[in-house]
Design a protein around this ligand. Structure first.
Ligand code: ADP
Ligand code: MG
Length: 414
């Protein structure tokens, strides 16, 4: 149901059958993939990140009370909560993403309105392409639209990150939410995690990004992620700085031998990866395919030997990608420990590439992978009328006007 005409129809049908009415607003937020920059975010370095055309849609209708009711088509699950009693549900319940967003927006002083909603995502859940941030940012956009106010995209991203940190209990950086909120169509973002500034990076023609999901479990991700962070923090302390970003590669090389071996390996990877981010931004703009391939190889080798975040499934996916026709380069995406890889492919060879990778990965692992050719899209907002097709509207929020019953903005916002 990715971008296909039946997507809005299916969401609207589910909405009608649950709530006996048509949805009035349609909001969306994209998933993302990093093109270069593994684990550089929490070291306050740079990341080259791409908002992708796999996204989360929420079709909603305001309610006259303070209740939010939502149905996830992905999980076939419902949630219902009161905006005046925003408790955290135990464990990693999916409703916490919605409740968390409501809670931080309310604490930020925004007026919130109850709504009924059906949501659907084409971002794989738990695959490292940030379905959680897409859900948070789409939810914030629904509140924003129904409330009749508007948040700066970076502020929205910060609040959604806060929701995930504090309400869901995941210690993520801001990368996912930033990309989901501030992305620009046709561009990657070169995000500087030190000052949260970003520059759009126009990808040269002749480059197709293809994501390969290994579909392997990411069980170690939590504990290993924490250890990598701890090693980086230990390295930064040795240099007397707040984050590795403040250490130059030259200075690091002079003092590398004095560091514990594990810490030295982790720091070397981060500092080299940070340089690769800047070089990759140039290579992608120029369409320098030789440099793209070289940088991908160096990134994956570092992830494997220095940062030690690769797994046999990731090796199998990379080998399958590098042997497929049209490949220009392939590397890890996200935090590693399974999950996805990202490849740069000659646009004329995408079908042959995906067919060969599917076969090659299955031969090596016995698992059928998911392969997603992706394009860069805009950050969170209303669903474009053209995407909805005929029959569904994404009406402007003032269309029915105050007091108009179904009209927006919401009448009961506080
Ligand atoms: P990722 O962000 O890489 O996809 P996470 O573990 O951070 O992985 O987030 C995945 C979780 O987010 C899911 O297990 C679920 O709780 C929640 N989630 C994301 N999208 C949806 C959705 N469409 N419906 C319900 N829950 C969702
Ligand atoms: Mg996530």
């Amino acid at each position: 149901m990715n971008g296909q005409p039946e997507r809005p129809a299916r969401i609207a049908a589910a909405f009608r059958s649950r709530f006996g009415a048509e949805p009035l607003v349609w909001c969306r937020a994209p998933g993302r993939v990093d093109l270069m920059g593994s684990h550089t975010d929490y070291n306050l370095g740079c990341v080259l990140t791409l908002p992708i055309d796999r996204d989360t849609w929420i079709a909603a209708r305001p309610r006259p009370d303070r209740i939010v009711q939502a149905h996830s088509l992905n999980l076939d699950a419902d949630t219902r909560f009161d905006l005046d009693a925003l408790a955290r549900a135990p464990g990693r319940a999916w409703c916490n993403y919605l409740r968390g967003v409501a809670s931080v927006l309310r604490a930020d002083g925004q007026s919130l309105c109850g709504f009924d909603a059906v949501l659907h995502s084409t971002v794989p859940l738990g695959g490292g392409l940030s379905s959680s941030a897409a859900l948070e940012c789409a939810t914030a956009t629904v509140f924003e639209t129904l409330g009749g106010w508007s948040l700066d995209p970076v502020r929205k991203a910060r609040l959604c990150q806060q929701a995930e940190n504090e309400f869901v209990g995941v210690n993520c950086g801001i990368l996912d939410q930033y990309t989901a909120c501030a992305g620009r169509a046709g561009c990657a973002l070169l995000l500087d995690c030190r000052d949260l500034s970003a520059q759009p990076v126009q990808l040269a023609r002749g480059l197709q990004v293809v994501i390969g999901d290994t579909r392997s479990k990411r069980e170690l991700a939590g504990s290993e992620y924490g250890q990598r962070r701890a090693h980086c923090e230990a390295g930064a302390r040795q240099f007397g700085v707040k984050a590795l970003r403040e250490v130059s590669l030259d200075r690091f090389r002079q003092h590398e031998s004095a560091l514990p071996a594990d810490v030295a390996k982790r720091c070397r990877f981060i500092l080299e990866e940070d340089e690769r981010v800047l070089r990759m931004a140039e290579a992608l703009t120029r369409g320098d395919t030789e440099a793209i391939g070289r940088l991908c190889t160096a990134s994956f080798d570092g992830a494997r030997r220095l940062y030690e975040i690769t797994t046999p499934a990731m090796h199998a996916m990379r080998d399958a990608m590098l042997q497929a026709p049209g490949v220009l380069g392939a590397r890890q995406a996200g935090a590693g420990f399974g999950g996805c890889l990202v490849a740069f492919v000659d646009p004329g060879a995408v079908d042959a590439f995906t067919a060969a990778v599917r076969r090659g990965y299955q031969d090596r692992t016995g698992t059928v992978p998911e392969l997603y050719p992706v394009h860069a899209v805009a950050g969170a907002g209303r669903v474009d009328g053209a995407m909805l097709g005929s029959g569904w509207s994404s009406r402007p929020s003032v269309e029915a006007g105050p007091g108009g019953g179904d009209g927006l903005p919401c009448q009961t916002a506080t």
